[in-house]
Design a protein around this ligand. Structure first.
Ligand SMILES: [Zn+2]
Length: 141
């Protein structure tokens, strides 16, 4: 399910600031999220302050990489022209074991096979030389 070998044309994240750090870990094969150093709450998307306790002290903590399908939506009509050849495409929100939610896709699952709470695990798809996207596949966990 990789687009390697052909030029990747879909939108890509801008690798700057905390977003750049997040994808830098992905490129190393690690899924990491911010975790508060004061109250241990995980958070995503990246931001400076803990929403639970207001602390500005945090670290990039490694995720188990395991989660469950929280919800999804199926694109039948392309909302961006580069998705024309990938329809129907399911954009899936995965709730990680740590509690944070990630918008991604489940690469080995057709949209009609998705189910709430389906266990999934992260994989890493190096779509360009610079960008590796975290995606998911079914797991038996
Ligand atoms: Zn906190």
């Amino acid at each position: 399910m990789s687009d390697k070998g052909s030029e990747y044309t879909k939108p890509l994240p801008v690798l700057e600031g905390m977003t750049g750090e997040f994808y830098g870990f992905c490129k190393e094969g690690e899924l990491r999220f911010q975790r508060c150093n004061d109250c241990a709450a995980w958070r995503h998307m990246p931001r400076d302050m803990c929403a639970e306790c207001g602390s500005l002290s945090w670290e990039w903590a490694r995720s188990s990489g395991c989660g469950k399908v929280f919800t999804w939506t199926v694109m039948a009509v392309p909302l961006h022209p580069t998705f024309m050849d990938s329809l129907p495409h399911a954009s899936v929100v995965v709730e990680m074991d740590e509690g944070v939610r990630v918008l991604s896709e489940v690469v080995d699952c057709a949209p009609e096979e998705l189910a709430f709470d389906m266990p999934v695990e992260v994989i890493f798809d190096a779509v360009t030389d610079e960008v590796t996207l975290p995606k998911f596949r079914r797991s038996s966990a």
